[in-house]
Design a protein around this ligand. Structure first.
Ligand SMILES: C[S@@+](CC[C@H](N)C(=O)[O-])C[C@H]1O[C@@H](n2cnc3c(N)ncnc32)[C@H](O)[C@@H]1O
Length: 220
């Protein structure tokens, strides 16, 4: 299992290279764009909105460009420095998805692209419980993951020597975990990888809601 300081150290180590490699990735991924536009539309004027595990802030910026007032949070100080440099108009801070420093019912929307990729199933559940706790009733959660059963133990990444596990997740596990915690309106959208653009794994985008009483999310 990837413990917190191992993850933090790894992203500190590859912060510059990660940022150079992934900062404009949404341009090459039409499904990312479609999903983020839908998220922005469904959010409406809910606020505040946070990008958790934001990395260099490419998703944060994409949503800001769609008119969403959004901030980013990540475990790695070095990757946050990258995000602040590239996107000086956005607020970024350090934080831990497994122990969110936010009040209950305080956040209108959470996006978390590939933020759970180093978590064990137990940690995924903790992260989802934390997201549920801090979301306002009616708040929206959108996240992504790699679909599968495998764990890849990486010793090198982006030209740097590292030692970390990348976890893939079973869609039923993710769905049941969210449902058990109390999320409603859970919708999983799967896609094939884009050849030549990204690691060749199947991807899932998940929309979920902390439903307000008698007020299910409007579908657009
Ligand atoms: C695969 S990267 C994804 C970054 C960005 N969202 C993207 O799509 O490129 C995973 C990110 O999650 C962050 N992360 C991992 N564990 C975290 C935790 N417990 N709390 C906050 N951020 C975390 C890492 O530092 C890293 O920036």
């Amino acid at each position: 299992m990837a413990e917190r300081n191992k993850i933090e150290r790894m992203y500190d180590t590859v912060a510059k290279e990660y940022s150079e490699t992934f900062s404009s990735e949404h341009e090459k991924k039409p499904k990312d764009q479609e999903i983020l536009r839908r998220f922005a539309m469904e959010l409406g004027d809910k606020n505040p909105v946070w990008d958790f595990g934001c990395g260099p802030g490419q998703t944060t910026q994409y949503l800001q460009d769609l008119g969403i007032e959004i901030s980013g949070m990540d475990l790695s100080e070095r990757i946050i420095e990258q995000a602040r440099t590239i996107h000086p108009g956005i607020n970024f801070r350090k934080g831990n998805l497994l122990e969110l420093e936010f009040e209950d019912d305080s956040i209108g929307g959470i996006v978390a692209f590939y933020a759970i990729v180093h978590f064990t199933e137990e940690q995924v559940e903790i992260a989802f419980r934390e997201a549920f706790r801090v979301l306002q009733p009616g708040g929206l959660f959108l996240f992504t993951y790699h679909i599968g059963e495998e764990t890849i133990a990486l010793e090198a990444f982006l030209g740097k020597k590292i030692d970390i596990d990348f976890m893939f997740f079973n869609t039923d596990f993710i769905y049941n975990c969210l449902k058990e915690i109390g999320f409603k309106g859970i919708e999983t959208i799967e896609r094939e990888p884009y050849p030549g653009v990204e690691y060749q794994s199947r991807r899932a985008y998940v929309f979920a809601e902390k439903q307000a009483c008698n007020n299910p999310r409007k579908r657009h």
